[in-house]
Design a protein around this ligand. Structure first.
Ligand SMILES: NC(=O)c1ccc[n+]([C@@H]2O[C@H](COP(=O)([O-])OP(=O)(O)OC[C@H]3O[C@@H](n4cnc5c(N)ncnc54)[C@H](OP(=O)(O)O)[C@@H]3O)[C@@H](O)[C@H]2O)c1
Length: 313
């Protein structure tokens, strides 16, 4: 099968011809139609997530995908041959990923049936960014009357966070890197935008907002400490890049959370329902074919993704 893979940690991803994966008992084989690109994909390929994800090589990139179940490994499987499915496929320890014609869904993977009228491209865009955004807003306890600052608001996770926090009744301040994106952020529910290329604290001060929650998808120390100064007493700083020291935050009277997504089929169903009911709008910026995936990965790595990318297999 055709797949985008690396031969070792840190190698440049390239198109390879690899054997089709066989499903074991309880597993199903999925023929992929689309794969969602996440920064996690290149982080795993570079060995930056060795502690959490075992790998074998050649290692196919990609976790999120959508396609059709083509074979069952026998035993008790939730999913049946012919089902249209989407989700996160965690097969890195077997060298499996979603930038490929086939992968395997394990029983514990958050993979579930797609809504009948949802496209494969849209479904592939949802799993990691959708479940993460829902988890962040829930764990931070975002609610009415709050002011929420979203750092990294223009990316795959951030656009979803802006919409969900706004729908929860919060006043959302979103960071943007280009003026032309500010209007799109306001359409998604942001009350204010601030330019992350300039001093974010000064700009937030000018909005007169006392920030209750920072949802940060980007900043590392010492930027985190600087941004935390915007929080009111008892406020929450939650990040997806594990850059918060919860003890140091507690000493400042703040709640610090390093968030990790743990997907489930139910969480995926919830995200799909949000999209179907138009409570979550997903903008897909690029849909490159499989052979152009290495360039799309390089763009994501260089911070040039400009939103969500879905690879057509
Ligand atoms: N812990 C977890 O469970 C978990 C789950 C999902 C994601 N993550 C991590 O969360 C991060 C975001 O994921 P994603 O899928 O949203 O990535 P993404 O689509 O690449 O988006 C990142 C966004 O950050 C913006 N940005 C870059 N530098 C910035 C700065 N200095 N200040 C504010 N914004 C800035 C970029 O905006 P421009 O468009 O202006 O370049 C880009 O849109 C990644 O590191 C990912 O690995 C972790």
């Amino acid at each position: 099968m055709r797949a985008i893979a690396v031969s070792e940690y840190g190698a440049t991803p390239s198109l390879m011809d690899l054997p089709e994966p066989e499903p074991g008992p309880g597993e199903v084989q999925v023929e992929l139609v689309a794969a969602g690109l996440n920064p996690l994909d290149w982080k795993i390929a570079e060995g930056m997530r060795k502690d959490s994800y075992d790998a074998s090589f050649p290692l196919v990139l990609g976790v999120d995908g959508a396609g059709v179940v083509t074979a069952s490994g026998g035993g008790d499987t939730r999913l049946r041959v012919g089902d249209r499915v989407f989700g996160s496929f965690y097969g890195t320890d077997r060298g499996l990923g979603t930038y490929a014609e086939f992968t395997v869904a394990r029983p514990d993977d958050p993979v579930t049936r797609m809504p009948d009228d949802m496209s494969y491209v849209l479904a592939a865009a949802l799993p990691t960014s959708g479940m993460t955004a829902c988890g962040l807003v829930e764990q931070a306890g975002v609610g009415p009357e709050q002011t929420v600052l979203v750092i990294g608001a223009t990316g795959g996770v951030g656009q979803n966070v802006v919409q969900l926090a706004s729908a929860a009744g919060a006043r959302v301040i979103a960071t943007v890197g280009r003026p032309d994106v500010a209007e799109r952020m306001r359409t998604l529910g942001a009350a204010e935008t601030v330019d992350y290329r300039q001093n974010v604290n000064d700009q937030v001060h000018r909005t007169d907002a006392a920030v209750d929650v920072v949802i940060d998808l980007v900043s590392m120390p010492p930027a985190v400490e600087r941004v935390a100064a915007l929080l009111r007493e008892g406020g929450t700083y939650i990040t997806t890049v594990w850059s918060v020291n919860p003890d140091a935050m507690a000493e400042r009277g703040l709640r610090g959370i390093n968030y990790s997504v743990h997907g489930t089929p139910e969480a995926l169903d919830h995200v799909a329902d949000l999209v179907q009911s138009k409570r979550l709008r997903i903008a897909i910026e690029q849909e490159p074919p499989l052979e152009e995936a290495p360039a799309a990965v390089a763009d994501s790595r260089a911070g040039r993704s400009g939103g969500k990318t879905v690879i057509r297999i």
